[in-house]
Design a protein around this ligand. Structure first.
Ligand SMILES: [Mg+2]
Length: 419
C-alpha cells in the first residue's frame, strides 16, 4: 500500500505530503470486536479534524479487528492533536474498542530491496516450524513486511512478503530449513511476472493421477511385477527412460485393445486435481500435460478435464491387439522439456511465465526449463533440483504457491471444494 495524495480537504495539506518524509503523522490503531461500521465511525470522527489518509491496513482474526490508520496530524483551524486524541478515545470507548494513537512523522518506511514471496504449507503448520522459517529469514537479513493466510484447507498456507534479501539465497536457506522440519516452502521473487504466469504443464503418472498407467496395463497383462521393477529403476534415474519404456511396453504385446477403455476408467485423479485445473482455467491459465505414459489415456484426460495441451507416447495397436511397441516421437526426459517449450510457443507465453509440475527424474529438464518448477511428492533427487516442492498429497496446494488464495479458489468455483 502506498501513500497517495488525497483530494483537497477542508484544510488542504501542502502537495508535498507524499514527498516530505518529515510531515507530522498520527498512527491510529483500533483493536476490538469486529462489526460493521467501525471504519465509517473512525473516519467520521477523524473527519472533524480535516486530516488526510496516508495509509490504512485492517486485519480481522477470529472476530477481532485490528485497524491501523496512518493520517496527517491536524495542522490548522485551531484544532489540536490533543483534541483529536480525546475524541477518538471517547468514540472507541463508546464501542468498547481499544484505541492507541502514536505520534510520529512521515509514511511507512520504504521496503528494502530484494523482495520475495515465501509460501509455507503445513499439514498442520506448527508454531515450531513457523519459528524456524521466520528465524532463518531473519538470519540472512530478510525482513517480514507482511503476513497473511492463503488457505486453511486442505493445508494451512501462509505467505510472508519478505524484503532485504535476494530471492536465490533466501530460497536456498529456506529449502534447507524446510527439508529439516518437514514443511513445504516456496520462494518466488516478487514482481509483475508472478501475476503473469499463464501456462501450467503437468506430468501425469503420480502427479495428475495417483497411478502409473503402464502398471494398470501390466495388471491386465499379468506382468505387473516385472513392469513395476523396471518403472521403479527408471524413476530412480538408474535406467535410460527410452530403453525402459520399450522394455515395459514389450511386456504388453498381445493384450486386447479393449483394455484401453478399462484402464481409462481405472485411472484415479490425485486429490485436488480437478480443483487445480478448474481454478487455473477460470483464472485464464492454459493447462497441459506431458507424459511418458500413453496418449490412449492422456487424450481421454484432456477431454475429461478440458486441458489445452496433452502429449505422450502412443501404444501401437494392430488388429485389435497391442503390438508391444510405441509409435511416433518418444516422450522422455528431454521430450518433456521440448513439449513444455512447444506448448509455451503455441500458447504465446514466454518460458519464464510457465509452471511445470512433476514427480520423477524424467520431469527434471521440464522443471528446470519452466519459470517455476514444482516437485510434487517427488523423489529426493527431483525435490533437491526443483525450484520448490510440495509434499502434501493435494495437487491444489500448487495454487497457493502461485499466490492464489483458497477464497479466490472458492469464489472461482461456485460449487465449493471437492475434497
Ligand atoms: Mg510421474
Amino acid at each position: 500500500m502506498s501513500a497517495s495524495q488525497p483530494p483537497a480537504s477542508q484544510t488542504p495539506q501542502t502537495p508535498e505530503t507524499s514527498e516530505t518524509p518529515d510531515v507530522p503523522t498520527l498512527l491510529v490503531k483500533i483493536f476490538g470486536k469486529d462489526r460493521p461500521g467501525i471504519t465509517a465511525g473512525l473516519f467520521d470522527t477523524l473527519a472533524a479534524y480535516s486530516v488526510d489518509v496516508v495509509d490504512i491496513e485492517q486485519v480481522v482474526s477470529r472476530g477481532r479487528l485490528v485497524l491501523c490508520a496512518l493520517v496527517t496530524a491536524p495542522t490548522a483551524g485551531g484544532t489540536t492533536e490533543g483534541e483529536l486524541r480525546a475524541t477518538v478515545h471517547s468514540w472507541a470507548e463508546s464501542l468498547k474498542l481499544q484505541a492507541e494513537i502514536i505520534s510520529g512523522t512521515g509514511d511507512n518506511r520504504p521496503r528494502g530491496s530484494g523482495r520475495s514471496h515465501v509460501t509455507v504449507l503445513g499439514h498442520p503448520l506448527t508454531a515450531e516450524s513457523t519459528a524456524a522459517i521466520a528465524a532463518r529469514i531473519a538470519a540472512i537479513g530478510g525482513n517480514i513486511d507482511r503476513i497473511f493466510r492463503l488457505a486453511k484447507y486442505p493445508v494451512t498456507a501462509v505467505e510472508f512478503a519478505v524484503s532485504g534479501t535476494e530471492t536465490e539465497p533466501l530460497r536456498t536457506a529456506l529449502a534447507t530449513e524446510a527439508a529439516e522440519i518437514g514443511v513445504d516452502v516456496a520462494v518466488v521473487s516478487a514482481g509483475l511476472h508472478r501475476r503473469a504466469q499463464r501456462l501450467v504443464v503437468m506430468d501425469v503418472d503420480s502427479t495428475l493421477i495417483q497411478d502409473e498407467v503402464i502398471e494398470l496395463f501390466a495388471a491386465h497383462a499379468g506382468c505387473e511385477d516385472k513392469v513395476a521393477e523396471v518403472t521403479a529403476a527408471a524413476m530412480r534415474g538408474e535406467l535410460d527412460f527410452e530403453q525402459s519404456l520399450h522394455a515395459r511396453v514389450a511386456l504388453l504385446a498381445g493384450l486386447d485393445a479393449s483394455v484401453v477403455d478399462k484402464v481409462r476408467t481405472e485411472v484415479r485423479l490425485t486429490p485436488g486435481a480437478r480443483t487445480l485445473i478448474r481454478t487455473l482455467k477460470r483464472l485464464g491459465y492454459q493447462v497441459g500435460v506431458v507424459s511418458g505414459g500413453f496418449t490412449q489415456v492422456t487424450d481421454d484426460l484432456k477431454t475429461r478435464l478440458g486441458l489445452d495441451f496433452a502429449s505422450a507416447n502412443t501404444l501401437e495397436i494392430v488388429d485389435g491387439k497391442l503390438t508391444g511397441r510405441v509409435v511416433g516421437e518418444i516422450v522422455d526426459r528431454a521430450g518433456k522439456a521440448r513439449l513444455l517449450r512447444r506448448f509455451a510457443t503455441e500458447a504465446g507465453v514466454p518460458l519464464s511465465q510457465t509452471v511445470a509440475i512433476g514427480d520423477g527424474a524424467n520431469d527434471l529438464d521440464m522443471l528446470n526449463a519452466a519459470g517455476l518448477g514444482v516437485a510434487f511428492n517427488a523423489k529426493p533427487v527431483v525435490r533437491r533440483a526443483a525450484h520448490t516442492a510440495v509434499n502434501v498429497p493435494f495437487l491444489d496446494a500448487v495454487l497457493y504457491l502461485l499466490g492464489i488464495t483458497r477464497e479466490e479458489v472458492e469464489a472461482a468455483d461456485g460449487e465449493g471444494a471437492e475434497h
